[in-house]
Design a protein around this ligand. Sequence first.
Ligand code: PGA
Length: 238
Amino acid sequence: MARRMLIAGNWKMNGLRQSLVFFEEICSIAGSRSDVDVLLAPPATLIFSAAEIAGPVKIGGQDCHNHPSGAHTGDISAEMLRDAGASCVIVGHSERRADHGESSDLVRSKAEAAQAAGLIPVICVGESESERRAGKAEAVVGAQLDQSLPENTAYVIAYEPVWAIGTGLTASIEDIAAMHAFIRSNLPDGPNTQILYGGSVKPDNAADILSLTDVDGALVGGASLKAADFTAIIAAAP
Ligand code: PGA
């Protein structure tokens, strides 16, 4: 079966209740592209309200704890996300790995916790600028995959070169194609696993990136905060 396209928006620490007006516009575009899955990961405070009006748009969390419950002040469990209406959760985003010192082992246990709660984890991997310059991009991403992936292959991978996130820089089309092919060849269920590209995806580069054979969608940060840009990226899916 052909892999479906998935366009995912990561709002990061942005969005108040008034931002929910975007959803109507995004939902109408998502509804007109029944061949494309659309996922939005708003901040946790908006998940419940977003899920109530999301229609065909899937709602995701941006992180979850690796334990189901307990004395973890300020954290959110996968079951809580599910209870609020999420069906997916991003784990191992480079901002979590960098700002919170999250290791790939922790990312794997978060992915397992997500699956146990009935969520699909979107597992992020990607090399830093110095690692790419040193010719180590594949080695770094290969090691992240080895350590971050749970046994159960019900997950989505997002390849996000760290230096391309929020910088306006994107990897070259050739580098994206090569890395996605490398990732697919290293996955236990490669032919059936969706692999998203992330890092400064915008309306003007989306069509080229999304047309690559091994790119099954995009994880979009900044451009998912503007309804016109995000809907243009959805429309650019082949
Ligand atoms: P960006 O973020 O599109 O703003 O580069 C992507 C991401 O961090 O998922």
